[in-house]
Design a protein around this ligand. Sequence first.
Ligand code: G3I
Length: 373
Amino acid sequence: MTRAMQSYLSRRAAVLGLASFGIGSAAALCSRSAYADFDLELAPSLRSHSRVSGIKFGCAGAAPSVQPDRILLEKFATEANIFVPETALKWDATEPRPGEFNFGEADSIAAFAARNDMLVHGHTLVWYAAIPPWVSQITTSQEAKAALERHIATQVPRYRSKIWAWDVVNEAIEPEDRLENGYRNSVWLRALGVDYIDLAFRLTRAADPVVPLCLSEYGIEYATAASQRRREALLGLLQTLRDRNTPVDCLALQSHLEAHQILDHRELTSFLRSAVKLGYRLMITEMDVNDVKIRGSEPERDLAVARHAAEYLDIVFSVARPMSIATWGLSDRYTWLRQYYKRSDGTPLRPLPLDTDLNRKPMWASLAKFMAA
Ligand code: G3I
């Protein structure tokens, strides 16, 4: 064995050790000139951890036909075994006019996934947003039911066996709307009442008998009154859906985290335990860690992001191993957050596992630790 190979193997073993011991240490190493000692780029990919742990890793992105960022797509195929279309499977993309379907972008993602032995996370069938004007203008229960039936019966079978799981209903609660049970005031609720949720899941189950069906939500992580109201409303909905025998398999925890916030270990743990006790499997589906309010250098911010991610994942894993972890983007280069949040120092946000140059960051090491769990 050559000296170079010996050196590579000893460094790889060291990096493996890096990924397995405390994230604080791993991230701390990354925050100093650890790159001289440990090269995260040599560590096994998140996808390779998935083969061992059985936890799938995904990331959201644009269709190759829309954003042909070849190097980023190579990283997708290296790190992930799930591709989450960030927008390509939403109603405004696939059925812009009644009965007129356009699956071009979604098909390009499905083809890329198939070429790279990946699956697609179906995001999302029924949402209050990303809907075309003709859907926003629905007012009667008959129109709403007919629209849901046609949309789901057309879109779901098309991707059967290519889809890992479906986010059937997205963001159904919004306590700030002050409606009964904290339901969100949406075109669907106004036209059909809360029955729209049960209907959406039954239609999807009829269209695909085996794919896991998810209810997707955000904003339940923190020690704030708003998070507590969301946890209470979501748990109430999960209980209602169980009482109705609605075919919901998973709770999709979007996990859009904010590094400056305080995670509510007790209340979040209690909420997750209650959801699991109701028979819901857990998925982490849109994870990113917003560092808009974290002061300091990039390495210090990266360390804060990595630690916050690890603290959150530790809470989730203490209750149940999620079926999958997906981040909402793979690289800081394309995070959605930059459209809505600006740091006071004017520097770009750093919420994702890879930086804008597609190098692994301490957050990547946090994910590796739990993907290997
Ligand atoms: O493709 C059009 C382009 O042709 C047009 O020129 C441009 C300007 O109007 O808009 C482009 O579409 C945008 C699309 O992203 C693709 O970039 C839409 O306007 C914009 O609204 C859309 O935003 C997405 C948003 O969901 C709504 O679909 C974000 O990228 C995406 O990150 C965000 O993701 C959501 C999840 O689905 C649910 N959970 C929260 C998460 C973040 O908001």
